[in-house]
Design a protein around this ligand. Structure first.
Ligand code: CU
Length: 319
């Protein structure tokens, strides 16, 4: 048996970005000062970012452990929900990149067999990702699917560019990777997960990931096959929900696997350019046997115009 592609459960990127049809985007102004009342204030300070453990993939650049200093900031308790994103679209008329392309990536098991006519293609090494016509945030599994019963779930099929547009409208911004990791660690030092080192303390599921054999059999022992409500499972000690599992969350930084020991690690913002943006936290598809990327130090990346059924975001804001 050939070795599995280790990044494969995490996400997939658009190969032909030039297919995109020009979308007439509204000019998005910040309509209101962002209400920080509902956000979590974090006082910042010093923390140990990354890991030296061999749990991850060398190409991800999780290490070395480095001391990072973060200024105070605000962050949302949850990922942006379908209800919140719907309000943004209603007020601005914004069209997501998945709508401009006319398609987005959907995990194969969410389609019934008579959906196959909508499938534009799949990628050889990752046949479980299907490029589905008509899939976008409001129709996460393509035509005839809906979010009606998932308004409190994180919005998905959101590209980095879409997430940035939402943030601008909301008077917020994406967190830097360092801010995200500081917030997700919840004050615990160098633990695997936001709640400690045991994946299921006392046999209890604390996040929405894959149980069973990937990609054939999701046992859904944590209660969810796909996304879970954004505020499910207990929050970490800073009050953040679902930082690991559920959906990947975009960060503002360009991705690089190379860290420079001598750089000053004060409010790091990542490299000044790149081809892919950092994503953190893993998703409902992540499994130990494939990617093991639902640890707090884990990271992945995707191109800014890519969207899938397991990528969302949460917002941060300056104080
Ligand atoms: Cu994964």
């Amino acid at each position: 048996m050939s070795k599995p592609v280790k990044s494969a459960c995490c996400s997939i990127n658009r190969q032909n970005s030039n297919e995109k049809k020009a979308a007439n985007q509204p000019v998005i102004n910040t309509l209101k000062p962002c209400s920080k009342k509902e956000m979590i204030y974090l006082s910042g300070g010093e923390f140990l970012m990354g890991t030296n453990s061999k749990e991850g993939h060398p190409a991800d650049g999780e290490g070395p452990i480095r001391k990072v200093v973060i200024d105070p900031f605000y962050i949302d308790a949850t990922a942006v929900t379908n209800a919140q994103f719907a309000k943004f679209v209603k007020e601005t008329g914004y069209k997501t990149e998945a709508e401009a392309f006319g398609n987005s990536f959907v995990f194969y098991s969410f389609l019934s067999s008579n959906d196959t006519k909508e499938v534009k293609g799949s990628v050889q090494q990752t046949p479980w990702w299907l490029l589905v016509e008509g899939a976008y945030w409001k129709q996460p599994e393509g035509m005839d699917s809906s979010i009606d019963k998932r308004m409190d779930h994180p919005v998905v099929h959101i590209s980095w560019n879409d997430a940035t547009a939402y943030c601008q409208w909301a008077g917020k911004r994406l967190p830097t990777e360092a801010e995200w990791e500081y917030a997700a660690r919840g004050g615990l030092e160098q633990r695997l997960y936001p709640w400690g080192d045991s994946l299921t303390p006392n046999g209890e599921y604390r996040c929405n990931i894959w149980q069973g054999e990937f990609p054939l059999n999701n046992l859904a022992l944590d209660g969810y096959m796909g996304t879970a409500p954004a505020n499910s499972f207990p929050p970490n000690s800073y009050g953040l929900y679902n930082t690991v599992g559920n959906v990947w969350e975009w960060c503002s930084d360009w991705f690089t696997a190379l860290f420079h020991k001598n750089d000053l690690w004060q409010n790091p913002k990542g490299p000044s350019r790149g081809s892919a943006k950092v994503m953190k936290g893993g998703s409902y598809l992540c499994h130990h046997s494939y990617c093991n990327r639902y640890r707090v130090a884990a990271r992945s990346s995707n191109t800014p115009d890519s969207s899938t059924g397991n990528i969302g975001f949460r917002c941060a804001a300056d104080i």
